[in-house]
Design a binder for this molecule. Structure first.
Ligand SMILES: Nc1ncnc2c1ncn2[C@@H]1O[C@H](COP(=O)(O)OP(=O)(O)OP(=O)(O)O)[C@@H](O)[C@H]1O
Length: 270
């Protein structure tokens, strides 16, 4: 059976009043989400809410199911069961395509085009008129700090620069929800810091919701909210401070270990 788009049987979640302070519906609302890949379950009844206008980190070890969850949110994952609504619509709804930006772990730019040509091409695909296109391309080049490499072939960029070029493509349509799969892997500390600043600028300035995965726990404090994940389950959905308070741990990494080692309370969500 295919693991690719087209076989998504998720249903929209019922509206649950999970809106943020803005009154907008939850950016993501998942209820009892289950996904099978390669004939075995990899997500086990996940329930979570992503508040609009926040930077939410999806943190967990390699192989725990982060990419599978992100693919479910953007509608490219097959065999999704349960209820999943994104920006108030069922996941995978064609009307969501222009409202979501998705950056996978594999850079999605054409290597034989320059950065600017890539952006111009994708802006045209998005239907941005010729006159607005130059301004949009300049804006996203600034966002990801690639203006001075705009004329370079993407084949000639470093890995980190190519990732940022992919992020620039995702920013073109000013999406309401940005889904980023491990965007900071391989970046030096300065670039990582700059990217997290950009994420918060997008959330604070444009009201964009960012769902950002990472397997590095030290990125936790850069997030407004955290979804801690392990073995296809959500261990915690909290702020970094709330998580430390709830577990009595000094760091999010220790909080994660305590959650793994402590059996869930009766009636708890784990
Ligand atoms: N195409 C596939 N077919 C079958 N099983 C898959 C496929 N892709 C991933 N899996 C399995 O699904 C589980 C979750 O994988 P997923 O890629 O979602 O994890 P992840 O947390 O994103 O990992 P990483 O941090 O390494 O990217 C893993 O056990 C993985 O082996």
């Amino acid at each position: 059976m295919s693991d690719e788009p087209g076989a998504n049987r998720s249903e929209p979640a019922r509206p649950r009043g999970a809106a943020g302070a803005s009154g907008r519906p939850a950016a993501v609302d998942a209820r009892e989400l289950t996904v099978e890949r390669g004939g075995r379950p990899v997500l086990h009844g996940i329930t979570l809410t992503v508040t609009p206008g926040t930077v939410t980190g999806l943190l967990g070890p390699s192989g725990c199911g982060k990419t599978t969850l992100l693919r479910s949110v953007v509608g490219t994952q097959a065999r999704v069961h349960g209820r999943l609504s994104v920006l108030g619509r069922p996941a995978g709804d064609p009307g969501l395509r222009s409202r979501i930006g998705y950056v996978t772990q594999e850079p999605s730019v054409h290597r034989d085009l320059t950065v600017r040509q890539n952006l111009d091409h994708y802006a045209a695909v998005l239907g941005v008129g010729r006159r607005r296109r130059a301004a949009d391309v300049a804006r996203v080049l600034d966002d990801v700090d690639l203006r001075d490499r705009a004329g370079a072939l993407t084949a000639d960029l470093s890995g980190g620069q190519r990732s940022r070029a992919s992020l620039a493509v995702a920013l073109l349509g000013e999406p309401e929800l940005l889904v980023l799969d491990e965007p900071t892997v391989g970046l030096d500390p300065v670039l990582r810091r700059d990217l997290w600043r950009l994420f918060h600028r997008l959330a604070a300035g444009r009201g964009t919701t960012l769902l950002v995965s990472s397997h590095v726990m030290d990125e936790a404090d850069r997030c407004d909210r955290l979804l801690l994940m392990r073995d296809g389950r959500i261990l915690a959905d909290d702020t970094p401070d709330g998580l430390r308070r709830a577990t009595g741990a000094a760091t999010v990494e220790d909080a994660f270990l305590r959650l793994v080692e402590t059996p869930p309370a009766r009636g708890g969500s784990r």
